[in-house]
Design a protein around this ligand. Structure first.
Ligand SMILES: *[C@@H]1O[C@H](CO)[C@@H](O)[C@H](O)[C@H]1NC(C)=O
Ligand SMILES: *[C@@H]1O[C@H](CO)[C@@H](O)[C@H](O)[C@H]1NC(C)=O
Ligand SMILES: *[C@@H]1O[C@H](CO)[C@@H](O)[C@H](O)[C@H]1NC(C)=O
Ligand SMILES: *[C@@H]1O[C@H](CO)[C@@H](O)[C@H](O)[C@H]1NC(C)=O
Length: 423
């Protein structure tokens, strides 16, 4: 059975994923002479933009086997064209091919995306009564966006919290420590009460395309892997910063920047999948956390501008302080508690702002280990940090879980009507 599962998972994934390193972009400006040939090409090639306007730009994605044929045809036809690479345009640093050392899932190290997903499957098999797997969407390269729902079945609907890690590809410690924490919540009986009173949604990897790219090609890759042509850059870009893409106070940032925010707010599949889930379930959702690294911060909104805070900022700070103290009990790590824009930098279109904007009461971001003194190396955390970091996060989460449960008990006494979650 296990062999069968692994086999079918592996091959399904491989077949369904799209990789574009070997594709090319073809651009042709429409003219009186090439109108006809363009119309013919449009019948058989993948046009990302077709323009019948004179001098308008046509953007065509060529599959490997189409490249030479199309070039020949256009040359013979006397049509001028331009060919550009699709793939990793910007960075030049090396990635590390961890895929070649692929074995079984190992909770103490950095596993590739497929192994992470296999581990979620085996947890759902093992703890059937406590956990369900839900697929909330799919990425550009056709990888699933998966969350686990931790919590016992209940006749009454329960308050819930949603958390995600791995939105930024290179921040590996986030998803690995969250995977450790999921294991602990399920295997350690001392968390049973939380699972009775709460539904805990955890998505350990919200940018699998970027993550795989950071493992195999560019260790410091941050964004997703969609390509598009940014009207302001006049360039074909790869990757959008998923923590700048939400349609709350969204602001255009050039795609060649690390914080390139996409053509419009909410343009990305990853963004859309999360928005859909959060908005559908906003009545039950009392908490939201977006895990990042690094810096050792507990972060509260708003992020889009300095000196602007949600109406319940005092409450967010109060609980933030308690979480800070809880973290320090694990091994004396001193997280600070800061507003995102004031303490770091303004970040319009962020997940934490979006969650807050739709009415989720306790919305936070975390920057996990290490502290801010490591330059780019802060993303390369030794795997011995996975477990202690998971313990620290879990200590903070207990504070938030308890708060949400207490709030719910209070409102239940007030005979609040409850609705159920929409998956
Ligand atoms: C280019 O292709 C079009 C459409 O097939 C054709 O009508 C036209 O004659 C061709 N021009 C040349 C110079 O080959
Ligand atoms: C799991 O990973 C840890 C950390 O890299 C390593 O020490 C250990 O040997 C690995 N276990 C297995 C069974 O490969
Ligand atoms: C279970 O969690 C508690 C804290 O809630 C901890 O003290 C205990 O050591 C854990 N048990 C195991 C077996 O890890
Ligand atoms: C986006 O990145 C650019 C380049 O690093 C920087 O100048 C700009 O301030 C950033 N904008 C925001 C809103 O973070």
């Amino acid at each position: 059975m296990r062999f069968f599962l692994i086999f079918s998972f592996c091959c399904f994934t491989v077949l369904s994923q799209r990789q574009y390193f070997d594709h090319k972009f073809l651009t042709i400006r429409t003219s009186l002479e090439n109108e006809k040939v363009l119309k013919e090409l449009a019948q058989k090639l993948d046009f990302h933009r077709f323009s019948s306007r004179l001098n308008g730009k046509n953007l065509i994605l060529l599959k490997p086997h189409e490249i030479e044929k199309t070039k020949d045809l256009l040359k013979k036809n006397g049509t001028t064209f331009e060919i550009k690479d699709v793939g990793y345009i910007k960075y030049s640093g090396k990635g590390i091919d961890y895929l070649s050392t692929r074995g079984d899932f190992n909770i103490s190290t950095y596993n590739d995306f497929d192994l992470q997903m296999e581990s979620l499957d085996s947890l759902t098999q093992k703890y059937k009564r406590k956990v369900k797997k839900i697929v909330l969407g799919e990425t550009f390269e056709k990888r699933p966006l998966v969350a686990l729902k931790l919590g016992f079945e209940s006749k009454n609907s329960k308050p819930s919290i949603f958390m995600n890690a791995g939105i930024h590809a290179r921040e590996w410690i986030t998803s690995s420590s969250i995977l450790w924490l999921i294991n602990e919540l399920l295997s350690n009986e001392s968390y049973k009460e939380f699972l009775k009173d709460l539904d805990i949604y955890i998505a350990p990897m919200w940018n699998p395309d970027g993550y795989q790219f950071s493992r195999t090609k560019e260790r410091n890759w941050r964004k997703n892997r969609r390509f598009y042509e940014d009207p302001e850059d006049e360039e074909i870009c790869v990757g959008i910063d998923l923590n700048r893409n939400y349609p709350f106070k969204w602001k255009h940032q050039k795609c060649s920047n690390e914080n390139g925010s996409g053509p419009v707010g909410g343009s990305e599949l990853e963004t859309q999948a999360l928005m859909k889930f959060l908005t559908k379930n906003k009545d039950q959702l009392k908490g939201y956390i977006d895990f990042h690294s690094f810096g050792e911060h507990i972060l509260y909104p708003f992020a889009y501008k300095k000196h602007i805070y949600p109406t319940n900022v005092e409450e967010l700070k109060l609980i933030g302080k308690k979480m800070q103290k809880a973290i320090a009990t694990v091994r004396d790590t001193e997280y600070d508690l800061i507003n995102i824009a004031d303490g770091m930098y303004p970040a319009p279109g962020s997940t934490a702002d979006y969650a807050k904007s739709i009415g989720i009461r306790y919305s936070y971001g975390f920057e996990l280990v290490p502290d801010g003194k490591h330059g780019i190396d802060g993303f390369n955390v030794p795997d011995t940090e996975i477990e202690p970091t998971g313990r620290e996060v879990l200590a903070a989460l207990r504070v938030l879980f308890e708060r949400i449960i207490r709030d719910d008990e209070k409102t239940s006494l007030n005979q609040k009507t409850r609705t159920s979650m929409h998956l």
